[in-house]
Design a protein around this ligand. Structure first.
Ligand SMILES: Cc1cc2nc3c(=O)[nH]c(=O)nc-3n(C[C@H](O)[C@H](O)[C@H](O)COP(=O)(O)OP(=O)(O)OC[C@H]3O[C@@H](n4cnc5c(N)ncnc54)[C@H](O)[C@@H]3O)c2cc1C
Length: 445
């Protein structure tokens, strides 16, 4: 029997996962990517001002990311992360107060319960509130159409539980504020991270730029296995054909006679390319949520603690300070820090210099720093805007998301973080959208 073949459109995480999954089923693969790199929305760029490569924005994983970890394993990149064995959270309040929580070596949910009880600097009542919040993943899933904020209010989680736990988690996982997010998607993610194995709750932080984790390893892997990668080629039209639709590329090339076509594009591109087949008819109505990152070389002693990810409490619009760690978790002083504003539509159209001032002003405020930042700190800062970082996970958003996998058109499959994976748009959602329909992901993490 001749070898079956698949054309994968899109070289983001969903496209790479589709390649990995189909390779293991024995398919011959042609992967088409419009840009000159693989990795899609997780990529690196050369920043001359900072004298090195930076990522478009910090990406972190959770230990429960079973499908994405499977892709990383296939690429040989699973070791490129600082991997604590349970959840660790660090909070910085205005004026420089730092608090930390570390999940303990106990079965779930006791690892969180004991971790919250152990937070120094909080009153006992506050720790107790957090302790109860650690049980939230065990509550019934909220019904459709409810926001995270409403669900939290009804479940009695307010005050400390929101400030320290739910608001930062919601921003990190959903890339939007709790009053803008679907509660079902949020609680579903909490369950995966916090209701199972203790290691599922750990945040994995990359120790290398993303091009060293995805772009190069994926290209090497595809080449090593004799698959074809067409970088810098855009798919422009699909034509009905059997056993799968054919693809016309922007240079006129026709890809035809493959057994399967996987469209693993972002939602806007997927909608316009597949319009005539009506496989993602509502995708153009999926709203997007932006993410703005300010990368900056801070003076060596400016941040007097060694935590790679810090939630900035009570601050707007930047919610996280991220710094690249080494494998052991110690922060690297030679890599620029990043300040992250997720879902921050108020930064749309704001001049970069103003965003940098806001970021450095807010950081100084949180650190309790009174001295002005040196001129070279301002000069080093670089703003990266990602207007379509993720889909906006509004209540009932799943009504607009098509099921990933085979469609009603013979040979045409859909994938991408915007499809209905049961997760918000994340690296894991992207990987699952390709691997779950192939029936290949086990709970082996
Ligand atoms: C700054 C930032 C920070 C983030 N942080 C996190 C995080 O911490 N944790 C997390 O889990 N997620 C995070 N995300 C979300 C995560 O990056 C995405 O969910 C994931 O990368 C989406 O992968 P994808 O393959 O579905 O889509 P994409 O990465 O968008 O891939 C689609 C690909 O299709 C290509 N393409 C489009 N049109 C065509 C065409 N016509 N022909 C050929 N190719 C085409 C595009 O160039 C792109 O490479 C973050 C996103 C951003 C932007």
């Amino acid at each position: 029997m001749s070898q079956r073949s698949v054309v994968v459109l899109g070289g983001g995480v969903a496209g790479i996962a589709a390649a990995v999954g189909h390779h293991e089923l024995g398919f011959r693969i042609t992967l088409v990517e419009a840009r000159r790199h693989l990795g899609g929305r997780a990529f690196s760029l050369a920043a001359r001002r900072l004298g090195q490569k930076i990522d478009n924005g910090p990406h972190v994983l959770l230990g429960c990311y079973r499908a994405f970890r499977r892709v990383l394993r296939a690429l040989g990149a699973e070791q490129s992360f600082h991997r604590p064995d349970a959840l660790q959270l660090t909070w910085l309040s205005k004026g420089g107060r730092v608090e930390r929580m570390t999940g303990k070596r106990l079965p779930a949910p006791l690892h969180l319960v004991a971790g919250f009880l152990g937070i120094r600097g909080l009153e006992l009542t506050q720790r107790f509130e957090l302790l109860l919040a650690g049980l939230a993943p065990f509550l019934p899933l909220p019904r459709g159409g409810v926001t995270v904020a409403t669900w939290l209010r009804h479940a009695g989680f307010d005050g400390t539980a929101r400030t320290y736990l739910f608001d930062p988690l919601c921003r990190a996982v959903m890339n939007a504020e709790p009053d803008q997010c679907d509660a079902g998607l949020f609680v579903g993610t909490l369950r995966e991270a916090f209701a199972g194995n203790r290691a599922h709750s750990a945040m994995w932080i990359p120790v290398e730029p993303w091009d060293a984790i995805l772009d190069k390893p994926a290209r090497d892997w595809l080449g090593r296995h004799g698959h074809r990668v067409l970088l810098g080629h855009r798919a422009t039209t699909l034509e009905a054909r059997r056993p799968a639709p054919s693809v016309r590329l922007d240079d006129g090339t026709l890809l035809a006679d493959h057994d399967r076509l996987v469209v693993a594009l972002d939602w806007r591109s997927a909608h316009s390319l597949t319009k005539r087949f009506a496989v993602a008819p509502a995708a153009d109505r999926i709203p997007n949520s932006p993410l703005v990152t300010v990368h900056v070389a801070l003076p060596p002693t400016a941040v007097p603690f060694d935590d790679p990810i810090v939630a900035l409490l009570g601050g707007q619009p930047f919610h996280f300070l991220c710094r690249r760690p080494r494998l052991d978790g110690a922060v690297r002083a030679d890599v620029p820090a990043s300040l992250l504003a997720g879902g921050a539509t108020d930064l749309d159209g704001m001049p970069a210099a103003r965003i940098v001032s806001l970021a450095l002003g807010q950081l100084a405020n949180h650190l309790g720093r009174t001295a002005p930042w040196p001129e070279e700190t301002h000069a080093s800062a670089l703003v990266v805007r990602e207007p379509r970082a993720t889909i906006a996970p509004r209540p009932s958003i799943d009504d607009l998301r098509p099921t990933p996998g085979p469609t009603h058109i013979e040979g045409l499959w859909l994938a991408g973080d915007w499809t209905a994976t049961g997760l918000p748009s994340t690296l894991e959602g992207a990987a699952r959208s390709s691997l779950d329909p192939l029936g290949q992901v086990t709970n082996d993490v």
